[in-house]
Design a protein around this ligand. Sequence first.
Ligand code: BTN
Length: 242
Amino acid sequence: MNWSENVIRLDEVDSTNEYAKRIADRSEDGTIIIAETQTQGKGRLNRYWYSPRGGIWMSIILKSIRESPYAQLLTLFTGVAVIQALKSLGLQVSLKWPNDIIANNKKLGGILTEWEPTSGSVIIGIGLNLNIDPQTFPPELQHTATSVLHELKSEIDKDGLVNTILKEFQTVYAKFENGQIEELLLAWKHNSNILGRDVVVETVGQQYQGRAIDVDQDGSLILKEKSGKEQKIVAGDVKFLE
Ligand code: BTN
């Protein structure tokens, strides 16, 4: 598959993930959708995702995956690809389970993987605050988010970075298709800032507290509670305790 062949460039769109879902059944495997800005960018749990001009807002349509249980792993592994690309800029970045790209303890970007059942596609959405001045962020993001521009104090060539991300993703995805899950999980763990730390995880209707000790074969977080009991958490929001 040549990842740069089927690229749809849009100026404005509601959400590249939603657009990808709409065109998935008539699109080729590996089609990429990139927009300059999104009017209804979506984060995890249907949260609003601020997507002004200057950021990277893109989605990848994968049609060769036959089952959805892989969605969580693909989220983690896409994070690995994005982080490799960012490291090549000299940026210090880490991954926070399940889908955050972190720099300086603030959110630089995120991954949103969705399953489109009609066409049987997985849609991987990547959002990255690139050439955006954090002073223009809405108030609720001021203390929690950052941008590459802010961290590196210089503008980055967007197309160049998109290409690097896609190249890294291609490498990661080839390994994924090849069943090299252990190797990819190891790469995720290596780049993660969560393992070994005391956290609170909020899931729908429940809260768990303990030490994050591992991420298992399906991408779930394993938490060790004070009592010694281990909890396997499929989805949730993580807060660090220290
Ligand atoms: C998160 O951290 O909650 C995930 C954010 C994912 C944002 C990206 S931007 C491109 C794609 N289109 C969307 O509407 N969302 C994803």
